[in-house]
Design a protein around this ligand. Structure first.
Ligand code: AMO
Length: 422
C-alpha cells in the first residue's frame, strides 16, 4: 500500500484502508483503550486500539518515535478531524532516545539557547515548523513577484576582496596567497548587473563580524536584494512597498493555519513616506544620528499597519556608494532611505553613485582607499546609467512579521558570536 499524507486523509474523510507514517505526537490510555496521535508534516491523526486489538501493546510508544501505521479509517465525532485509524499493523521505523533533551510540546518550556543546541529536534515542533513554512512563503513570494516583473535572478560571489559596507565587520578568509573576506552584501555585484541587465534580484547569505549579541542581529543572515537601472530613490521605495504588500498578502492567503498557531494577525500595510529630517524630529532624535531601537518603535506606533519610509538620509550615516543630493560631493543629504515595519528596520537602500570621479571622492571622504575599489569604480566607466536598489533582511523580516522576540527564532541554524553548531 502507498503511504498517504494525513491532511489528504482528513480532507477526503472516507472510510477506507490506509498506510500512514510519521512521529508519535502524544499517547493516552483510558482504561482498556489506547490513543496515539500521529503527526506528519501535513497534520495529526488519532489512532485508537482496544485491548483485543493485535497492535494494542505497540500503541505504547515514546514521544517522537517514528512509526508506520496501517489500518482502517473510522468516522468518529470525538477524534480531531472527525476520523481515526483502527490499526492492523504498527511498525517502529526509528526510536527516539528518552528522555528527550528538550521539551518538544507546542508551548515548550525549554529556553531558546537550549532549543537551538537541539535545533534538529526543535524542528519537530509545530510552532517551529510554522515559522519556517511562513519564511519559505516569504522568500518564494519575493522571488515570484520580481520574476513576474522581468527581473533576472543572479548569484553573487560569497568570497570578496574588499569591504562593501564599511571597513569593519568583515570575516577574513584565506584565499591561496591573497587576503579575502566573506561577503557582507551583494552590493557591488548587483550594481554591475543592473548596469547591464537592468533589473536584478537575489536571495543570498551575507556575513558580518559584528561582535555584539543583540536580538536583531546575526553574523550570518540572508538578504533579499534588488537593483534597477534608470531608477531613483522614489521608484525603488515604491517597488519595496509593493513587494511587501505582495508578500504579506501571500502569507495571509497561504499560511492561515500557521498564523493561527502563532497567534499572529496580519493586515496588508500601506506605505508612509517621511524625510529623514521630518522623522527624526518627530521622535525627538538628533539630526545626523541613526534612529535608536526605541525611536524606530515610536515612529512605527505613530503609523499603525504601515511600512514607514524615512528617505533622504544624511551622507554622514549612509554608505559611500549612496548618491549625494544633486550629485554634489559636499551635499548634506543623500538619495538613501531606510524602511521600518512593525517597530524595526527591515530594509535600506537608495540611488547609487554611477559617476566614477564622484565615487572616488566619496570613498576618500569616508576614509577608505579608492585603490581597494578599483575594479568596482572602473565598472562604471563603460556605459553605466543611474541606478538604485535595496535589501530586506529575510530573518529580520520574518521576525518582525511574526512578532518573534529574537531573530534567532527566525533562522534555522543561527550563527552568532557564540554559536557555530549545529
Ligand atoms: P544594510 O546593511 O542596511 O544594507 O542591510 C540590509 C538589511 O539586512 C538586514 N540586516 C541584518 N539582519 C540580521 N543581522 C544582521 N547583522 C543584519 N544586518 C543587516 C536588515 C537590513 O535592513 N547593501 C545595503 C542595501 C542596499 O543599499 O541595497 C545593505 O546591506 O533587515
Amino acid at each position: 500500500m502507498e503511504r498517504r499524507y494525513i491532511k489528504d486523509i482528513l480532507e477526503k474523510g472516507k472510510e477506507e484502508k490506509v498506510l500512514v507514517k510519521g512521529w508519535v505526537h502524544e499517547t493516552r490510555e483510558l482504561g482498556k483503550i489506547r490513543f496515539l496521535i500521529l503527526r506528519d508534516v501535513t497534520g495529526i491523526i488519532q489512532v485508537v486500539a482496544v485491548k483485543d486489538n493485535s497492535e494494542f501493546k505497540k500503541m505504547n510508544q515514546s514521544r517522537e518515535n517514528v512509526i508506520s501505521v496501517s489500518g482502517n479509517l473510522v468516522k468518529s465525532k470525538q477524534a480531531p478531524g472527525g476520523i481515526e485509524i483502527v490499526p492492523e499493523k504498527i511498525e517502529v521505523i526509528a526510536e527516539a532516545e528518552q528522555p528527550l533533551p528538550i521539551d518538544v510540546s507546542d508551548f515548550s518550556k525549554t529556553e531558546l539557547p537550549k532549543r537551538l543546541d537541539y535545533r534538529f529536534l526543535d524542528l519537530h515542533r509545530k510552532r517551529t515548523q510554522a515559522i519556517f513554512k511562513i519564511q519559505s512563503v516569504i522568500s518564494t513570494a519575493f522571488r515570484e513577484h520580481f520574476i513576474k516583473k522581468g527581473f533576472v535572478e543572479f548569484q553573487p560571489p560569497s568570497i570578496i576582496s574588499s569591504a562593501s559596507e564599511g571597513g569593519t565587520e568583515l570575516f577574513p578568509a584565506k584565499y591561496f596567497e591573497k587576503n579575502a573576506y566573506l561577503a557582507q552584501s551583494p552590493q557591488l555585484y548587483k550594481q554591475m548587473i543592473a548596469c547591464s541587465m537592468e533589473k536584478a534580484m537575489t536571495i543570498t547569505p551575507v556575513w558580518r563580524a559584528e561582535k555584539h549579541n543583540t536580538i536583531r542581529h546575526l553574523n550570518e543572515s540572508r538578504q533579499m536584494d534588488i537593483e534597477m537601472a534608470f531608477a531613483n530613490q522614489e521608484i525603488i521605495m515604491k517597488e519595496l512597498e509593493e513587494v511587501i504588500q505582495y508578500i504579506v498578502r501571500q502569507v495571509i492567503e497561504r499560511c492561515e493555519k500557521e498564523l493561527d498557531l502563532l497567534n499572529v494577525k496580519l493586515k496588508v500595510p500601506k506605505g508612509v513616506y517621511l524625510s529623514y529630517e521630518e522623522a527624526i524630529k518627530k521622535v525627538k532624535g538628533k539630526i545626523g544620528e541613526d534612529f535608536t531601537p526605541e525611536q524606530e518603535k515610536k515612529l512605527c506606533e505613530m503609523y499603525p499597519d504601515s511600512v514607514v519610509f524615512t528617505h533622504s538620509w544624511p551622507s554622514s550615516i549612509k554608505p559611500f556608494y549612496i548618491m549625494p543630493k544633486n550629485q554634489e560631493k559636499n551635499a548634506k543629504y543623500t538619495e538613501g532611505f531606510d524602511a521600518l515595519y512593525r517597530g524595526i528596520e527591515i530594509s535600506s537602500g537608495g540611488q547609487r553613485i554611477h559617476i566614477p570621479e564622484l565615487l572616488e571622492k566619496m570613498i576618500k571622504k569616508k576614509g577608505l582607499n579608492p585603490k581597494d575599489f578599483k575594479s568596482y569604480i572602473d565598472s562604471f566607466r563603460y556605459g553605466a546609467p543611474e541606478h538604485a536598489g535595496w535589501s530586506i533582511g529575510l530573518e529580520r523580516f520574518t521576525m518582525v512579521l511574526l512578532n518573534l522576540g529574537n531573530i534567532r527564532e527566525a533562522c534555522m541554524f543561527p550563527r552568532d558570536r557564540d554559536r557555530l553548531v549545529p
